[in-house]
Design a protein around this ligand. Structure first.
Ligand SMILES: Cc1cc2nc3c(=O)[nH]c(=O)nc-3n(C[C@H](O)[C@H](O)[C@H](O)COP(=O)(O)OP(=O)(O)OC[C@H]3O[C@@H](n4cnc5c(N)ncnc54)[C@H](O)[C@@H]3O)c2cc1C
Length: 348
């Protein structure tokens, strides 16, 4: 008797399902249908490859700022529900630098809710940096968090079905299915009945190293580069080094010159990676565990959160296009998608 189908088992589909439960929808009425589920890996499944933390990467339009804020301020509740930090969601200090000062709207919004927020003195900024802040962030161990999130939802009674859809209408799996949430990420480009050509990949490559001596994040946003260092919680000391933001690049391949560039930029930005490395102080001494690439599901016009009617009493709610911020904005995106489906909720 599935009343609600969520297509997609990436972070956006899981957050959307969590929001449905929060609104009192019975887990027995929800089915998640996805080609790839937590534990799977594919270039068409972005979520396992995210850094992933809460950063200041997002745009500064009012809606995106609100999705970020909602997520940041509600993650503690989700963390508790999933059993605490060992679910793969913990907190570390983050230092962020911009080569161009962000808009006042963005800075004011961040300052209003980020915990331990402080603006870094101009004299302490690295050369070429115009503005910097420090705050307490949220860090995800993405593969572990996705798996624990799935286990949690299954234990509540949500059904997972592994299936590739060629057309969105196939998601109406029973006569009682009245609402489908389309959380297909980059898949929205090809999925029949959606075929959103505004969706495009922003490819990234990351290098995962072993670094027990690093317990914080450092990010720098340049004009034509993004350099980031992200501590991965509950991972036996993994540190994620990135990255690239390559628009319209669909390749899953990884490249040696990109790895070398990432290692150079991250160790220049945060010399402690080499200086305190227990295995030695040169780039060659770093223990590389993994090199991967992923496709951020970007979209011209920004995220699509929209309700449409497909036939009498049957609705389709789109929720995709989270680009480089699905983990940090997605709980708010899911909240908005569920609000469109069920109507406003005075609780939040
Ligand atoms: C290198 C890199 C670093 C990143 N770092 C961060 C970070 O630090 N913080 C952050 O917030 N975000 C980060 N991101 C972005 C984040 O990973 C994405 O925004 C997020 O994973 C998108 O999730 P999604 O659920 O929309 O898509 P996906 O994870 O791709 O999930 C899509 C789901 O839809 C299913 N699907 C698609 N088409 C079909 C179909 N036809 N039939 C059936 N199922 C289908 C798939 O199987 C899958 O289950 C990063 C991304 C990359 C690549």
């Amino acid at each position: 008797m599935t009343k609600y189908v969520v297509v997609g088992s990436g972070i956006i589909g899981l957050y959307t399902t969590f929001n449905l439960l929060e609104r009192g929808v019975s887990a027995k009425d929800i089915t998640i249908v996805a080609e790839y589920l937590p534990g799977d890996e594919s270039i068409n499944y972005t979520s396992p490859y995210a850094g992933g933390n809460f950063s200041c990467i997002t745009d500064d339009d009012p809606k995106t700022l609100q999705y970020d804020k909602h997520t940041y301020t509600n993650l503690a509740k989700l963390q508790t529900e999933l059993g605490g930090p060992s679910c793969g969601l913990d907190r570390y200090v983050s230092t962020e630098y911009w080569d161009t000062r962000p808009s006042n709207e963005k800075i004011e919004s961040l300052a209003s809710y980020l915990q331990e927020y402080q603006v870094i003195n101009t004299g302490e900024l690295p050369k070429g940096v115009a503005f910097g802040i420090r705050f307490r962030s949220w860090n995800f161990n993405c593969p572990k968090f996705l798996s624990n999130f799935k286990d949690y939802l299954e234990a509540k009674g949500v059904t997972f079905v592994k299936k590739h859809l060629t057309h969105i209408t196939q998601a109406y799996i029973s006569s009682s299915t009245k609402t489908v949430f389309n959380c297909t990420g980059i898949g929205a480009h090809k999925l029949g009945g959606v075929n959103d050509t505004n969706v495009y990949p922003t490819r990234g490559q990351v290098v995962v190293i072993k670094a027990p001596h690093i317990t914080e994040n450092v990010m720098r946003w340049g004009e034509d580069f993004a350099t980031y260092i992200i501590k991965r919680p509950y991972s036996s000391d993994q540190l994620i080094l990135g990255g690239f933001m390559q628009k319209d690049n669909w390749t899953a391949d990884t490249f040696r010159e990109e790895t070398e560039d990432i290692l150079k930029r991250t160790t220049d930005l945060f010399p402690k990676i080499l200086k305190d490395n227990p295995s030695g102080s040169t780039i060659k001494d770093l223990e590389i565990l993994r090199i991967v690439s992923g496709l951020r599901p970007s979209r011209y016009g920004g995220v699509r959160i929209e309700k449409t009617q497909v036939e009498h009493y049957k609705y389709l709610v789109h929720n995709y296009g989270a680009s480089g911020y699905g983990y940090q904005a997605g709980l708010g995106m899911g909240y908005e998608a569920v609000r469109l489906a069920l109507g406003p909720d005075s609780k939040f």
